[in-house]
Design a binder for this molecule. Structure first.
Ligand SMILES: Cc1cc2nc3c(=O)[nH]c(=O)nc-3n(C[C@H](O)[C@H](O)[C@H](O)COP(=O)(O)OP(=O)(O)OC[C@H]3O[C@@H](n4cnc5c(N)ncnc54)[C@H](O)[C@@H]3O)c2cc1C
Length: 458
């Protein structure tokens, strides 16, 4: 009781101080322990995870989202925005009770992956028997938010406000101060800890004034729902690296897959304007059509395969053929800009960035939102422990621990993804040869493949 009165008084004094320079309404603003800005996949999951954390059960959480409430209705039609979720994400979804809703509705399992170089035709494959039971699950983004939302709406300590427009954040200058969140409509909230899950254009990150290293890839991601010719068991994710960017098809169900095709902006714009039959031809060409390749590359990769055969190691001769595409679900084609972004700091006193607000990667490795869910798990653990140890939320030492742990994982992953993008974005024969030999070598060595999959699953 006494703690609450002190808190209210402190709030009021800080609020009155803010009024010196700005004019907002004069009531003491409602106070929350945590305010999360952004109710995308990461923000919604963070709200649910923190809300379910028994160590934080007497803490009030507010989730602010600028969009309308999610109203997912099951239709036969699949969404064109899907994510490949790794094992860690699957475990998190299970822990917060959302996976059962996803599994009840629909998702697919990726048991095999085949990735190959369009120029040299060298490939690497991951088979579920060699590496793990399931490499990834493919889930529609909207369905994931719906499933998490189903758990979130039962939590008494979490409130959600949609269609909010945030005017400004006033961040603490000293450890004892609160964060102020002023909405356009004149409403104000205060909190001990502000969590920015507001995506790549984060307003929270701007308010923090942290350094943000970013660039645009000269590529857009074309997405669509594809109809396949054969209704065979569809459990393989295919990715072919073309000189203009990678094309990937991810299984949805036996005769449906989801397309993610990264290509030049002009090509992307041309593709989405095409008639269905022409678009289908372009997709099949991108998956199947052989490209010219220099004889040196051909001879060298052949010779390396022979060497691998001699040692009875797997070679890239065992390449499987991808499925044939016969149609595109009407209205499912769209294109999204692709970019890289890294906030050099994820935290400041009383505030932290989570998900795409902190880091943005090329989708070629299907890691973007998985990194965000990794942030959620780590932050949840650290905040729970802080409160359990009697510390207040938002202390910089706890937040710095979150930053260190996550940057230690996220940054090398981001550099590796960007490196892969650069490595495959060239037709320069010596580079093509080197990357092809590297791929053959990796494919031949199961422990190396296991290490790659384990890293991608974290
Ligand atoms: C083509 C493509 C394919 C991809 N495939 C994969 C994949 O297979 N696997 C994978 O792991 N990742 C993938 N990604 C990446 C993944 O989509 C992103 O990492 C993920 O969407 C980020 O989620 P987020 O919640 O952090 O941010 P966002 O999805 O950007 O959500 C931010 C939310 O905040 C809200 N918001 C923004 N500003 C404010 C504000 N000021 N106030 C209140 N609310 C606000 C927005 O309305 C939105 O709901 C892919 C990306 C692309 C483009």
């Amino acid at each position: 009781m006494a703690k609450n009165s002190i808190l209210l008084l402190r709030n009021y004094m800080q609020y009155a101080l803010n009024l010196h320079t700005k004019t907002y309404c004069t009531k003491t603003p409602p106070h929350y322990d945590i305010i999360i800005v952004g109710g995308g996949m990461v923000g919604t999951t963070l709200a649910c995870t923190l809300g379910k954390n028994s160590k934080l059960s007497d803490h009030r959480i507010l989730l602010l989202e600028s969009g309308t409430p999610h109203n997912w209705i099951k239709t036969e039609k699949y969404s064109n925005r899907v994510s490949a979720l790794n094992l860690n994400t699957y475990n998190l979804m299970n822990k917060i009770g959302a996976w059962k809703h996803i599994a009840e509705i629909r998702c697919s399992s990726v048991k095999n992956m085949q990735i190959w170089d369009a120029i040299s035709d060298v490939m690497i494959s991951f088979n579920h028997e060699e590496v793990s039971n399931v490499a990834a699950h493919i889930v529609e983004n909207d369905l994931l938010i719906y499933a998490v939302g189903k758990e979130l709406c039962c939590l008494k300590n979490v409130e959600v406000k949609n269609q909010v427009k945030i005017k400004e954040f006033v961040l603490p200058q000293q450890p004892s101060q609160n964060v102020f969140v002023h909405l356009n409509e004149g409403e104000t909230f205060t909190c001990n800890l502000l969590l920015g899950c507001d995506g790549a254009q984060s307003q929270v990150r701007n308010a923090m004034g942290v350094n943000y290293i970013s660039w645009k890839y000269d590529q857009m991601g074309v997405v669509a729902t594809l109809k396949l010719s054969e209704a065979n068991e569809n459990v393989t994710a295919w990715q072919r690296f073309l000189p203009t960017g990678p094309i990937a098809i991810l299984p949805l169900k036996n005769n449906l897959s989801s397309l993610v095709w990264a290509t030049t902006p002009d090509h992307a714009r041309a593709l989405i304007e095409l008639k269905e039959v022409d678009f289908v031809d372009k997709i099949n060409d991108a998956l199947w059509k052989p490209l010219d390749n220099s004889s040196i590359i051909q001879e060298s990769t052949k010779a390396f395969n022979k060497l691998l055969e001699f040692f009875e190691l797997p070679t890239s001769n065992e390449k499987q053929l991808p499925p044939k595409v016969i149609g595109v679900d009407p209205g499912s084609t769209a294109a999204f800009p692709l970019g890289f972004g890294h906030a050099t700091n994820y935290v400041k006193q009383g505030v932290a960035l989570v998900g795409d607000a902190a880091h943005r990667v090329h989708p070629l490795a299907g890691q973007g939102v998985n990194l965000g869910f990794g942030d959620v798990s780590t932050l949840n653990k650290i905040l729970g422990e802080a409160v359990y140890s009697g510390r207040s939320l938002g202390q910089i030492t706890d937040l710095q621990e979150y930053e260190t742990l996550r940057q230690r994982h996220n940054f090398p992953t981001m550099v590796a993804i960007d490196g892969l993008h650069k490595l495959y974005n060239t037709e320069f024969p010596p580079i093509v040869l080197l990357r092809s030999l590297g791929l053959q070598f990796t494919h031949a060595l199961n422990p190396l493949k296991k290490a790659i999959i384990n890293q991608a699953a974290r």
